[in-house]
Design a protein around this ligand. Sequence first.
Ligand SMILES: [Zn+2]
Length: 557
Amino acid sequence: MDFNRYFTNDELTAQLNEWATTYPNILTLGVLGQSYEGKDIHLLTITNKATGADTDKPAVWLDANIHATEIAGTTTTLRILWELLSKYGSDEKVTRLVDTSTFYIVPRLNPDGAAWAMAAQPKYVRSGVRPYPYEKKMDGLHSQDIDGDGRILSMRIPDPNGEWKISTKNPRIMEKRKPDEMGGTYYRVFAEGLIENYDGYVFRNARPHQGLDFNRNYPFEWRTESDQYGAGPYPTSEPEIRAAVDFVAKHPNINAGIAYHTYSGVILRPYGTKADDQIDTNDLWAFQAIGERAKELTGYRTVSVFHDFKYHPKQTITGVSNDWLYENQGIFGYVIELWDIVGRATEKYERKFIDWMRDHPHEDDVKIFEWILANGPKDGYVDWYEFEHPQLGKVELGGTNNMYTWRNPPHAFMGEEAERNVPYVVALGEMLPRLNVHQFTATPLGNDQVHLNLIVENTGYFPTYTNNMSKKRGIRTVRVELDLPEGAEFVQGKRKTDLGHLEGRASRSGIFGMGGNGTDYRARAEWVIRVPSGAGAVKANVISDRAGTVQVEVTLG
Ligand SMILES: [Zn+2]
């Protein structure tokens, strides 16, 4: 199957329906909720239905395309889904994962915004299409396609005070004017668009008419519009985010979550608001160890948002999904910023992402321009052409067409970008905590009495909790409930027994031969029961919020 492509809403729905029909035993196509415009938000549940319900297995959550233009995430989640569907039954690892765990996948959290971004006459908004915070457009320049060619480019106007000039390296592109540079021909550069309430002299960039940013609408440290733009009137005010939050909160079997965004080619982890010395140390070590593995599998670094991805060094962003997943739900939460045109063109994969945006050598711009000419879509870079602007008079339109260059990979690169993300999700699936009943035996003691011995273990990398949440008692401990045969009764022990949490390999020391951790991945429970009939079976139901549910049975007599 070819993933060098993007999916419109109709194409996405058709593809998912086709797969749901072809793979009914392991795939359920459901609805997470409805968008603001009433479109279904598709939810895919992947697990072998014959080996138990999705909620009885440890799970990974994936969502994508919360930001309207970031449609590469949708193709990436479909590629991951395809891996699970197409290799189930033939690939040993995939088969085991689908048999013993659950993947919840929301390939397009924001179908309204994606429809606008993919329209023949596209409109690019941050997230939702609902006017926010005001019904009417605010004063200033609003970015839009003004000449009806389906592209939203840049406008340039000669201006002696302008901050741009024609490049000294290549006359087709623009170069930043030096701080002390005088005497040349300079330009002002604006987004292609129209100005609301223009007086003929002065305008600013308007706040977008559709100013919502769904990834500020999560409950984690949510802030008001006066503090942070786009966060919505209250946490989870937007139906898309409310649906996602509601689902995740009701599924404590989710251990890890990834939200796919673009761009930069980096994996972001908590916190966005606090330094690493504020994270629970064991959780931090797990994040770091998983990050090392992620680098090997994807080529992407894993970085703390606070330390390495703040848009402004003195400002933090709140109300975001991955901090909410981790801090409020105890889930290992990530954002993956797919695609890195800067890295592709300059090989500066290890740059400081945000610092580069603010300032970088002009040679990098030349390399990116040349990369787009060689690899991008045919209108990936548009040479400047004259246009009579209804408000500004004669302007030139041109420059980079960002949608399939910067924001998303050119179509020919989409498949490999999606592909490189598959092993990481498979790896997270392998790390999930899993319950295994090592032993469940019944030994007759005489006088109708039977001794029951149950040994439960966690075979996963993750423990059955995250440290930050267990401190808050947010994740329930592992527990066992017994069903005795008719007429039987407890002599020692009770029907419900708490086994505490079980460790995973994540907490292990890296130094060999300096002692171990004993059997902290294991718990034992014992009972003595009286069984007058001397026959029947005892059922044990072992339940963990995180690691799933296992039923075992021992026959008496
Ligand atoms: Zn994004």
